[in-house]
Design a protein around this ligand. Structure first.
Ligand SMILES: Nc1ncnc2c1ncn2[C@@H]1O[C@H](COP(=O)(O)OP(=O)(O)OP(=O)(O)O)[C@@H](O)[C@H]1O
Length: 229
């Protein structure tokens, strides 16, 4: 479970404080499939970055299965993030010189796993996201949708406790969006992967089981979809 308590993040824009996240309290249970929504600038990216330990709060607490991210020394936070949190970014963020398989293997190599294990898991994850034929392709040879599927496979490679996705479909066409959502939904259902994603995309919002709406850095709505109530 992820527990967020009294979370604040204030940026200074010149002399003006911007309260990007302004007193958020939330819990995410294992296996949830949650969309964070709200107008541009409401704090979605800032919240996701803090949940993932890539940005630190001005105050407040984030706990993952009882471990307080906000209190971990930075070296332990880096290892915790690597082993427990998967990220999917809007711009895919794949390493261009590596093939699809190498991009997925890379993060497991950082965990110190054997080459054999890295290769087997990367291959099976890429097959699972429908890219079994593209293992040796570099990102420049893949469509946006295919690159984002590599990014999902990479996020899952270290067997994370949860996956954070910041507007994962922002650059995808309708077909690629639908395919990516099907894959995320299947992984959520069959493997119990917890997904938390920010989005403006109604097609993605329609698939979410829970919708958390932010405005001006505050949670103004937190609703469960009818089908999972
Ligand atoms: N590094 C920064 N320095 C200063 N202000 C920032 C910084 N990052 C974000 N902000 C401000 O914090 C607020 C929240 O930004 P954030 O990117 O989290 O919103 P968002 O909901 O993800 O927006 P979008 O939907 O446009 O991506 C905005 O007012 C933004 O300008």
């Amino acid at each position: 479970m992820i527990k967020v308590t009294d979370l604040y993040k204030t940026y200074m824009q010149g002399q003006v404080p911007v309260h990007a996240v302004n007193g958020v309290n939330l819990e995410f249970k294992k296996g949830e499939f949650t969309a964070i929504v709200g107008p541009s600038g409401c704090g979605k990216t800032t919240l996701l970055n803090m949940l993932g330990g890539i940005d630190s709060p001005s105050s407040g607490k984030i706990e993952v299965d009882g471990i307080s991210l906000t209190e971990l020394p930075s070296s332990e936070l880096i290892a915790f993030r690597r082993d427990n949190i998967g990220f999917v970014f809007q711009d895919y963020s794949l390493l261009p010189v590596l093939t699809a398989k190498e991009n997925v293997e890379f993060v497991m190599q950082l965990q110190g796993r054997s080459d054999k294990e890295c290769e087997a898991r990367a291959t099976s994850l890429l097959q699972e996201v429908g890219l079994g034929e593209k293992l040796d392709s570099r990102p420049s040879k893949l469509s946006g949708g295919q690159q984002q599927r590599v990014a999902v496979a990479r996020a899952l490679a270290p067997k994370p406790k949860f996956v954070l996705a910041d507007e994962p479909t922002a650059n995808l066409d309708s077909k690629s969006t639908a395919d990516l959502l099907d894959i995320m939904e299947r992984l959520n259902k069959e493997e119990g992967i917890t997904f938390i994603f920010s989005t403006h995309d109604q097609r993605v919002i329609d698939k979410a089981h829970r919708i958390v709406k932010l405005e001006d850095g505050k949670v103004v709505e937190d609703i469960k979809a009818m089908s999972v109530q």
